[in-house]
Design a protein around this ligand. Structure first.
Ligand code: ADP
Ligand code: MG
Length: 225
């Protein structure tokens, strides 16, 4: 379960002054929810994802994941927490182009300190489950965008995280590949996993069971469907 209590984020810069990206966010996400975060560009979606993922800290308020208050963690503890509990998927994929698919998917386990054979077995398993075993030894630079995003999802899943955060994962994909990625994300939702997705795409929203809309850093809609 994820709890956000009175969360606000203000960015300060010398030339723009203070910029309030989020204010007074109060949200609870339960296990097994598939949530779409929508809203115009600049409405605070990525900021919200970064706060939930512990990539950034709120100016005010608390983010609590399964009884852990994220702001109580040191940088090192925070990185460990992310590695163990959260899988990230980004619009730009952020895979290592020179590495093979297998090496990319196994990377979070390398960071975790898992031995080579075990991490390769684990990565192979997840790739097999997602129907991607054929591309195991291909270099990422040889893949299409749709394939890269599916590999990025495999990498996000390899540590069996409780939370998947996907920031505009279909943003660079055509309709067909967008559907494949959404099917895959939907299949990631389970009784003890939350998937949160940022999207601009109406077709994506239909896959989700909860829609949260942001406007100017505030929640203006929160509906379950
Ligand atoms: P979205 O993902 O909905 O497009 P963001 O969360 O990226 O919105 O940004 C929300 C607001 O915060 C925007 O006005 C943006 O310019 C500002 N912002 C985001 N990141 C930073 C930053 N690192 N420094 C200063 N302002 C930022
Ligand atoms: Mg964004």
């Amino acid at each position: 379960m994820i709890i956000l209590k009175g969360v606000a984020k203000t960015y300060s810069s010398s030339y723009m002054g203070n910029m309030c990206a989020l204010s007074d966010i109060n949200l609870t996400f339960n296990d097994s929810e598939f949530v779409a975060i929508t809203g115009r560009s600049g409405s605070g979606k990525t900021t919200l994802m970064n706060l939930i993922g512990g990539l950034d800290r709120p100016t005010l308020g608390e983010v609590i994941i399964d009884n852990t208050l994220l702001s109580s963690l040191t940088e090192v503890q925070s990185a460990k927490f992310r590695n163990e509990h959260i899988g990230f998927v980004f619009q730009a994929f952020y895979l290592e182009p020179k590495f093979s698919v297998l090496q990319n998917v196994a990377l979070p386990l390398l960071i975790k300190g898992v031995a080579k054979k075990d991490r390769e077995d684990c990565a192979k398993n997840i790739l097999r489950t997602l129907g991607l075993e054929k591309m195991l030894l291909k270099k990422v630079s040889e893949l299409s965008g749709g394939e890269m995003q599916r590999v990025a999802i495999a990498r996000a899943l390899v540590t069996n995280p409780k939370i998947i955060l996907a920031d505009e994962p279909t943003g660079n994909l055509d309709t067909e590949n967008g559907k494949l990625v959404m099917d895959l994300l939907k299949s990631c939702v389970s009784s003890d996993r939350i998937v949160i997705l940022v999207t601009h795409n109406e077709a994506d929203v239909r896959y989700c069971n909860r829609i949260i809309k942001l406007c100017d850093g505030k929640v203006v809609e929160d509906e379950r469907q």
